[in-house]
Design a protein around this ligand. Structure first.
Ligand SMILES: Nc1ncnc2c1ncn2[C@@H]1O[C@H](COP(=O)(O)OP(=O)(O)OP(=O)(O)O)[C@@H](O)[C@H]1O
Ligand SMILES: [Mg+2]
Length: 499
């Protein structure tokens, strides 16, 4: 073997052409000795020469028998044919053979006129072992990256469709029909309605039914982002430009939603300064990330929602009228639950099933008395309140079929002895006292449901036994629930339990 480090001695009579030739021989011999695989093919990609080890690797112990055969017959994944056909080398590649990765180099061979007459391939698999940790690491990173990308794209997909908007009342059907019509257009949609009426659900459904459904659905809750960060959240920030939490810069939600839908939740809470900037973006369809002087064109469909009375905010000077008109292109007002009481039955069934999904117990049902009671409630928190109410009753009840008595103390019907609107009738309670009342009621019901036994009651409430005992002591409750003890505490004026 020629040692490549030894300088070639230029002897008299040795011209440069022969030095070059010797260098080539040296290279070839060295690689032949160092590599496990050396392969030469002709211009038709037939094997001209292959070393013994490489041939054996592909199941041909007698290398001479491979000569003249198309290269793929021996090495099915070979790219030598591509090299002779294109004349382009593949300097570095990884070829998989039976689950092992080889680093390979493939070079075209040319005659004096430059015509491709074949190709040489070198496979360095013997020397790959030190690289194995690197491959393992790269493979792991690649898997993590594709998982993260999948999670991200799942997060940016609509979570609800129109089928999830339950209700066959005239009011519900009208809203659904209107929203479906809007879905096909690309104009701005404004969703109005009290808290818990399904604005977010409908925003998802509109995106899902729109021609943009295979593009991202991105949402920003204006009320949940600190005012100082809102601008970067919306429009992005160039690296170093921004002194907030992230100095590396960030991609704004407008850019993330490009081609898709941007859901601006609680738009009524947007600070005035930002309203002006948002208006400009909506007009120009261009954003300028903070601290950068480049503008980015975006194609974004806006769905905005608010439970605030926007017109009133405009009148008070808290919301820009020009932005209001810009957003108010396709307004949809979601009906409150009390205006579609006939949907309550189907909604309860749906919500109870949803709550049971994933758990081991079957879904609870309502009997006629419970349904009649729930249909008489004011539901100021709409579906969110209905859901919480059902959750509480299901948790506290012994039975799978809930009756009106399972809701006592949890809800107050419109026409019940307790006022529909506590603001109108009952005196406004001190916060701590109201909380103590609530806790006392809840614990008393849990104890009653568990035959007065504290340990199962604690389990049902998701509290530790000691915690429950402590709370009971503070609230003046004894087990089994004695009204007298509680009443005494009430009269004494309870300080509540902040422990
Ligand atoms: N028509 C409906 N059918 C089934 N579930 C609904 C319906 N409307 C709302 N919900 C459910 O009620 C809950 C509240 O809905 P959502 O979050 O969409 O309300 P929202 O109008 O955005 O309320 P907020 O103004 O308080 O943010 C969610 O769990 C949602 O899935
Ligand atoms: Mg919402």
């Amino acid at each position: 073997m020629h040692a490549m480090s030894k300088p070639l001695r230029v002897e008299p009579g040795l011209d440069y052409a022969s030095i070059r030739q010797r260098a080539m021989r040296t290279l070839f011999d060295s690689f032949d000795a160092l590599c496990e695989g050396t392969l030469v093919v002709d211009r038709e990609a037939r094997i001209v020469w292959i070393n013994e080890r490489y041939a054996a690797r592909f199941g041909q112990p007698d290398a001479t028998r491979a000569i003249g055969r198309p290269v793929e017959e021996l090495i099915p994944s070979s790219l030598m044919r591509r090299v002779v056909e294109t004349g382009e080398p593949i300097l570095l590649d990884i070829m998989e053979v039976d689950g092992t990765a080889f680093v390979v180099t493939r070079l075209p061979l040319r005659d004096d006129e430059g015509t491709v007459i074949g190709a040489v391939g070198l496979a360095l698999f013997d020397h790959l072992q030190p690289l194995q940790p690197l491959f393992t690491r790269v493979g792991k990173l690649q898997r993590e990256l594709s998982e993260a990308q999948k999670r991200l794209s799942d997060a940016r997909r609509a979570r609800y469709t129109f089928a999830d908007y339950i209700g066959r009342s005239a009011a519900a059907l009208a809203v659904k029909r209107q929203a479906m019509r809007c879905a096909r257009l690309s104009s701005t949609v404004l969703l109005l309605g009290e808290t818990g009426t399904g604005k977010e659900l409908l925003a998802h459904a509109i995106h899902d039914a729109s021609p943009r459904s295979d593009r991202p659905f991105v949402s920003v809750n204006v009320a949940a982002v600190p005012e100082a960060l809102l601008e970067a959240e919306f429009f992005g920030a160039a690296a170093g430009a921004y002194t907030g939490a992230d100095r590396r810069g960030r991609i704004g939600k407008f850019e993330l939603a490009d081609g898709g839908t941007l859901f601006l939740d609680e738009i009524g809470d947007m600070p005035l300064a930002l309203q002006a900037k948002l208006l400009r973006v909506l007009q120009e369809q261009e954003v300028e990330p903070l601290g950068s002087n480049k503008v980015i064109r975006v194609d974004v469909r806006i769905v905005a929602a608010t439970s605030a009375d926007l017109a009133q905010r405009v009148a008070e000077g808290r919301f820009r009228s020009d932005l209001f008109y810009r957003l108010n292109v396709l307004p949809i007002t979601l009906p409150p639950l009390r205006e579609r009481r006939e949907d309550i039955e189907a909604l309860c069934r749906h919500l109870l099933q949803q709550m049971a999904a994933g758990g081991s117990e079957p879904a609870c049902r309502l009997d006629a008395s419970a349904l009649a009671l729930l249909q008489r409630c004011p539901w100021r928190g709409n579906l969110r309140e209905l859901r919480n109410t059902l959750e509480q009753a299901a948790m506290l009840s012994e039975h799978r079929v809930l009756g009106a008595e399972d809701f006592r103390g949890i809800v107050r019907p419109d026409d019940g002895p307790l006022a529909a609107d506590p603001e109108d009738a009952a005196p406004l309670l001190d916060y701590r006292q109201a909380l103590a009342d609530f806790e006392r009621n809840l614990i008393r019901r849990a104890l009653a449901a568990c035959g007065g036994r504290v340990v199962p009651a604690a389990r049902r409430l998701g509290l530790g036994r000691a915690t429950l005992y402590k709370k009971m002591a503070t609230l003046g409750l004894s087990a089994p629930g004695s009204d007298t003890a509680a009443d005494t505490a009430d009269r004494a004026g309870n300080d509540g339990d902040d422990a």
